[in-house]
Design a protein around this ligand. Structure first.
Ligand SMILES: C[N+](C)(C)CCCC[C@H](N)C(=O)O
Ligand SMILES: O=C(O)CCC(=O)C(=O)O
Length: 396
């Protein structure tokens, strides 16, 4: 599993139906999400955050841990709007915010949902988008390290100075790893000729989506390089940070976040004769890591969504449409959308598990080339160019 750092969960809430309890040994805090955290009295007294016990500037413990009696226990515990107030028998008072308690819960470890390693962005990223130079990537491992690090942290990266031809573009992609072949082929050049029966091969606008939601494991990276666009206009590229959108949805509409994290959506790609690609199972829009609970993958392509005819309870149908409407509203916010007109020589690569992409309608003759790289091949290249081999192997 990749080295992840836990991060604060958004607005954890106390259960409305259960109270905070404490006995001789521990305090038990019931959360709205249905889990209960247990904190031994000795532990929580030792972590008092008041200025007497914890230096507000140096962030160091001032409390003498060894002065805490083993049998320490609260006189009373009070739940407030923002946290838990403990009055200890010796008169000392400690206050912990719900966020702090949820983040540091150790029995059990509670869900974290987004690693802080990712720099989330909105339309403001247009001011200073991540980019690398073609020469640097082609000639040095250091260049590939910077390139893959920017892809991992931002979810996308431009490559400037790419010779405007398919061979140079293919060689660029292969600096990360071998190309992921699909039913579209390996390295592709495409235009609006329906050569493959998919709307990408038209001049229609495409709303923000992730590709290959119909694969059991969606393509990891996608690279686009506009080779030419003559006799027409349009075709601007849209990027949306799916992790930022998910964070906004979780903060503003936790019910919809939960629905999009649990409702499995069937998908398919069946336009080409003799082909119907379907995943071995439907997957939710928002997918969380089975070990650390972090959001690790967004799968969203409303056009490729297949018929949803499996519901535990038909009443879930309306709630699902409310949830995808709420999700769509976040995706389409002006501050969520980053539009860029790609130009020959400036390639774009993005993390298809995080960043949604789209396109404005266009006319004229437009040729785009690129390819997919699998997630595992990308993560291997990212880790091995940004960490020492022995460090990566030590974490296994
Ligand atoms: C291969 N190439 C990038 C040209 C087209 C891919 C089409 C992807 C499809 N619309 C999807 O959302 O999965
Ligand atoms: O033509 C473009 O700019 C993007 C096409 C697209 O969204 C896709 O291939 O998934």
């Amino acid at each position: 599993m990749y080295m992840y750092v836990d991060v604060l969960d958004a607005r954890p809430k106390l259960s409305e139906h259960h109270k905070i309890l404490f006995d001789d040994k521990k305090i038990s805090i019931p959360w709205e999400e249905g889990k209960t955290s247990h904190f031994q009295h000795l532990w929580i007294r030792d972590h008092c955050q008041c200025p007497e016990c914890f230096h507000p500037d140096t962030k160091q413990r001032l409390l003498n841990t060894f002065s805490i009696p083993n049998h320490v226990r609260p006189e009373s515990v009070e739940a407030t709007e923002t946290g838990m107030q403990i009055s200890w028998k010796n008169g000392h008072k400690s206050f912990f915010t719900w966020e702090w308690l949820h983040l540091h819960s150790y029995n059990p470890r509670l869900e974290r949902y987004l690693s802080p390693q990712f720099k989330l962005w909105g339309s403001e990223i247009t001011e200073c988008p991540p980019e690398v130079e073609y020469e640097s990537v082609m000639e040095t491992e250091k260049g590939v390290a910077e390139w893959t690090r920017k892809i991992y942290i931002y979810g996308f990266c431009y490559i400037n100075g790419v010779p405007v031809n398919p061979d140079a573009t293919k060689a660029l992609i292969e600096r990360i790893a071998h190309i992921q072949h699909t039913h579209y082929g390996g390295f592709w050049s495409f235009t609006s000729d329906l050569a493959s029966k998919d709307t990408a091969y038209t001049s229609l606008p495409l709303s923000a989506h992730t590709d290959t939601t119909y694969f059991s494991s969606p393509a990891g990276l996608q690279l686009f390089h506009l080779l030419s666009h003559t006799g027409g206009t349009g075709g601007q590229t849209l990027l949306v940070d799916g992790f930022r959108a998910a964070k906004l949805l979780r903060d503003e509409d936790p019910t919809s976040y939960r629905i999009l994290s649990n409702t499995r959506i069937p998908a398919h790609s069946s336009g080409n004769n003799g082909i119907s690609i379907q995943p071995y199972a439907p997957f939710p829009v928002l997918n969380h890591h089975p070990v650390n609970g972090e959001l690790f993958q967004v799968r969203w392509n409303n056009d490729d969504r297949a018929t949803m005819d499996r519901w535990n309870d038909p009443d879930e149908v309306e709630a699902f449409y409310d949830a995808i409407r709420s999700w769509n509203e976040v995706l389409k916010r002006r501050e969520s959308e980053y539009w860029e007109q790609l130009v020959p020589g400036k390639a774009l690569i993005f993390d298809n598990w995080r960043v949604l992409h789209g396109r404005a309608a266009f006319d004229g003759s437009r040729t785009m080339c690129g390819a997919y790289v699998s997630r595992d091949d990308f993560m291997s290249r990212f880790m091995m160019t940004n960490s020492k081999r022995e460090d990566v192997l030590r974490a296994l």
